[in-house]
Ligand binder design. Structure first.
Ligand SMILES: *Cc1c(COP(=O)(O)O)cnc(C)c1O
Ligand code: SF4
Length: 437
């Protein structure tokens, strides 16, 4: 593991300014590296004319911004193979658009009732409260939006979003995202969180942020004091490689955890960065040591310009196969593909159920051992008619609030829904039948 001290920054500014301001997050943001010349100077490398041109061309389309802190983690002896460099520095690969690449890969815009909200799932929403980030990840799925002045949220956008949430009592979970929510000042975060907390149906609030990784000094005691006023509040961060654990990032995580904030991590599987079982294993171990639960491992999606980062899906299952059983269950994330066209997150895990008969299932474990599990001879299924108040499973009183109809595949399995099929909306066969009527 690389300690931050072991990699002191070469020549950001004068030594004394460096020493006195390094841990000031606003100084870090103001001194972020946004052009090639500074990049070369700070890293003490010299690029070829071609490399320089490629980076410059890419910056034009997708901006670069790297905090001095994050840049200091790059190994300048071999920058082009460095996992931090690859996540932070633009490459010509971003300008290659494959014919299956999508502008809005998750169809987030189709599911947007107003500009700052994506309402894709029944009970939770994504609320994009900021469009800037401490560091612009080269693999960002929302590249089309982040860092563009045109997508800065206005006061009016915020008002519309709050009204939408207030008027939709089915929303119980609000996920603050962006951009990076923690790029907003404490006072504005406090205002947003307070307004959400006044809405009675909001049970939990989540923050998605990469700040602990790229700008750990943003996690100040003052910020934690603001956040912990609004519990239950969860925070998901985005570590992708073991090199991202430094004294500073570990301290940021510790402050958040000590504030009673449950921490999770969402990684993206990236070719040339972390597409290796050993690197992933080290990563998840570092996470749990720092009280962060690995939550998702994402297959790199089909956003434009990410082709050079994509791996086959099999690389992800191979990694999960190397974790389940081999290490703490707590350290194993769920591997998901965020399905194009708004399919949402779909888990893709290895198969463990090998076969089954009328009373046995055959399973295999991580070692390749096969076992049988004998199912019960007698099982009295609770016959469900959705009358929860009269159900044996409800010992007392009116539990009407539990009533909830089944949806999708769940409905095909339920006793009380009448559907026995789910048909594609544009089935030719159905159209033919209707015509023939
Ligand atoms: C990922 C996501 C969520 C949250 O999903 P969880 O599986 O609950 O973490 C909510 N809305 C949108 C649009 C998302 O992409
Ligand atoms: S922090 Fe998140 S939103 Fe910001 S650039 Fe990185 S992946 Fe994109």
């Amino acid at each position: 593991m690389l300690s931050e001290k072991a990699r002191t920054f070469k020549k950001p500014v004068s030594d004394s300014e460096h020493k006195s301001h390094w841990k000031d997050w606003q100084w870090q943001v103001q001194h972020s590296i946004v052009d090639v010349k500074t990049l070369e100077r700070m890293l003490e490398i010299s690029l070829s004319e071609k490399e320089r041109e490629e980076i410059q061309k890419t910056i034009h389309i997708f901006p670069m911004s790297i905090t001095p802190y994050y840049l200091a983690l790059i190994d300048n002896a071999d920058p082009f193979h460095d996992p931090i460099f690859k996540q932070a520095v633009p490459s010509a690969g971003e300008l290659i658009i494959e014919n299956y690449d999508l502008h809005d890969p998750l169809s987030e815009e189709l599911d947007s009732p107003c500009s700052l909200i994506t309402h894709r799932y029944p009970d939770r929403i994504l609320f994009l409260i900021s469009n800037s980030c401490a560091m612009y990840c080269r693999h960002c799925t929302r590249k089309r939006k982040v860092g563009k002045i045109s997508s800065m949220p206005s006061k009016d956008d915020f008002e519309k979003a709050f009204e939408y949430i207030e008027n939709h009592p089915e929303i119980r979970d609000v996920l603050l995202s962006g951009g990076d929510p923690l790029m907003l000042p404490d006072s504005q975060l406090d205002m947003i969180l307070s307004r959400l907390r006044r809405i009675p149906h909001i049970e939990i609030i989540r923050i998605g942020t990469r700040v602990p990784v790229v700008l750990p000094y943003r996690i100040t005691d003052e910020l934690v004091t603001v956040l912990k006023k609004h519990h239950p509040l969860w925070l998901n961060t985005h570590f992708n490689h073991p090199h991202e654990f430094t004294d500073a990032s570990c301290e940021a995580l510790s402050k958040l955890a000590n504030g009673g904030i449950p921490l999770g991590n969402q990684s993206v599987l990236l070719a040339g960065v972390n597409d290796c079982p050993n690197i992933m294993r080290k990563l998840v171990h570092e996470l749990v040591k720092n009280r962060v639960r690995p939550y998702y491992l994402f297959q790199c999606d089909l956003a434009e310009g990410l082709a050079h980062f994509r791996t086959p899906v099999g690389k992800g299952t191979e990694i999960i196969e190397s974790l389940i059983g081999h290490t703490s269950g707590l350290a194993v994330p769920t591997y998901v593909i965020d399905a194009p066209g708004g399919g949402g997150k779909i888990p893709v895990m290895p198969h463990y159920l090998v076969s089954w008969s009328s009373n046995k299932v055959v399973l295999r474990n991580y070692e390749g051992m096969f076992s049988t599990y004998q199912e019960p001879d007698q099982y009295e299924r609770p016959a469900c008619d959705l009358q929860c108040g009269q159900c044996n499973l409800q010992h007392s009183g009116d539990s009407g609030y539990l009533m909830r109809r089944a949806h999708g595949i769940e409905a095909l399995l339920s006793d009380y829904e009448s559907e026995i099929t789910i048909l594609p909306a544009d089935s030719e066969r159905v159209a033919r039948r209707q015509d023939g009527e």
